[in-house]
Ligand binder design. Structure first.
Ligand SMILES: Cc1cc2nc3c(=O)[nH]c(=O)nc-3n(C[C@H](O)[C@H](O)[C@H](O)COP(=O)(O)O)c2cc1C
Length: 387
């Protein structure tokens, strides 16, 4: 049997194989943040596709961190109870399910959300959009940490198998980590220890709330792809600290959400997309941000995984541009990552792992055109492959 389809442990959680659905925003919740029947149907299709673990799309830990109106929430016991049928169904397929917890910070979509000010580590920071931001007070910081911890407790109590912290893509936690966006002068900013304090305190509070045995994962930006931002060598000591404190696995990611514009296949840009591309490039220029060139290629974070594995001996989940079965198998065989995770390929082909397992091993049909993402952030549409 292919290594990809052999069982493996993630902390004390045993997965039936090494293929994970990377958190993918569904935009299918009810107004109160509870999962719609459409989510249950989507997850059923994914579980039939033979995934080891499904990570939900980002769930907000408090209303201030909600990015779009139809986002799932992890902020309320009533909402969490609505997941019970989905969890049961996933377990009947032998698929585990984790919730990704998040606070969107300045990425909250003000076209659809009524927000005057977006929470941000500090004023005066360079950032990639115009919306006015409000520097978080210390009380707000402590309150947010406890909201993450309460969400973890709720998630465990509801019967989920694990929780994942969203510390990537310019969301609030990664804004604290990045020297570009965190210009605070107090203990929550400054040097690396200060900038990583928010993530570490959130992790520790969640660990205390969920207990020593509950699997906690973290999706982390290991590169902002912007000069002066997060870079791998700077973030490795943070990974080391998380690992020493019992983090069960790290999923590697990077870049701002808007940089997904560049992490796309070679599809022709449609006009809307082109305009946003120009706008984004313009905003980067006037903010004085120098983007590092990034290109879409198969498994684009592989070299990062290799470097992290040299230094930290912890389970790694590799996401980003994996489309080919043989590449995925080689990654696992080489030990550079312990699990692979997929997002866009599972939007257009939820049964992909099943197909590979059955011996039909041609690559994913996903063209990485990003229209799925574009539909969400531009038009507030539900998750779908629009190709
Ligand atoms: C439509 C869409 C929604 C996404 N939603 C999330 C999310 O909620 N949380 C997250 O951490 N990443 C999210 N991502 C990023 C993916 O999880 C993944 O890291 C990225 O797409 C690269 O993997 P891929 O090449 O397999 O798509 C999203 C990506 C897409 C395209």
């Amino acid at each position: 049997m292919a290594l990809l389809f052999q069982p493996a442990c993630l902390g004390k959680m045993k997965l039936k194989n090494r293929v994970i659905r990377s958190a993918t925003f569904e935009n299918m919740a009810d107004a109160d943040g509870s999962p719609d029947l459409e989510i249950l149907n989507l997850y059923k299709e994914l579980a039939e596709g033979e995934l080891g673990l499904i990570i939900t799309g980002a769930a907000y830990v408090n209303k201030e961190g909600q990015i779009l109106p139809l986002q799932i929430g992890a902020h309320d016991d009533y909402v969490m109870a609505k997941w019970e049928a989905t969890i049961k169904l996933m377990h009947s397929y032998g698929t585990k399910i984790a919730v990704q917890v998040a606070h969107a910070g300045r990425l909250i979509n003000t076209r659809f959300m009524d927000r005057r000010h977006l929470l941000f580590p500090s004023k005066g920071a360079k950032y990639l959009r115009f919306s006015p931001v409000r520097e978080m007070t210390k009380d707000q910081i402590y309150k947010t940490i406890s909201d993450f911890a309460n969400a973890a407790k709720r998630i465990k109590k509801t019967g989920f198998d694990a929780v994942q912290i969203h510390a990537a893509h310019g969301y609030l936690i990664s804004s604290f980590l990045s020297p570009i966006t965190n210009r605070r002068l107090d203990e929550w900013g400054g040097d690396r220890d200060g900038r990583s304090r928010f993530l570490l305190e959130i992790y520790k509070a969640m660990r205390e709330a969920a207990g020593a045995d509950f699997p906690i994962l973290c999706k982390l930006s290991v590169d902002d792809f912007v000069e002066g931002g997060i870079v791998l060598e700077e973030i490795i000591p943070v990974i080391q600290k998380l690992f020493e404190n019992g983090l069960n696995a790290l999923e590697i990611s990077g870049g701002e959400m808007f940089q997904m514009f560049f992490l796309r296949g070679k599809e022709k840009l449609n006009f809307d997309y082109f305009l946003d591309y120009v706008k984004y490039t313009f905003i980067s220029k006037i903010s004085g941000l120098k983007r590092k060139p990034i290109f879409f290629q198969e498994a684009y974070f592989l070299t990062y995984a290799k470097r992290i594995k040299q230094i930290v001996n912890m389970p790694l989940i590799l996401s980003g541009g994996i489309r080919d079965f043989y590449v995925a198998e080689k990654i696992i065989a080489s030990g550079l990552a312990d699990f692979i995770s997929l997002s866009r390929p599972l939007i257009c082909e939820p049964g992909l792992p099943n197909r590979w397992q059955a011996g039909e091993r041609h690559p994913s049909v996903c063209r990485s055109c990003n229209r799925c993402l574009y539909g969400l952030i531009k038009d507030n549409k539900k998750l779908k492959c629009y190709y």
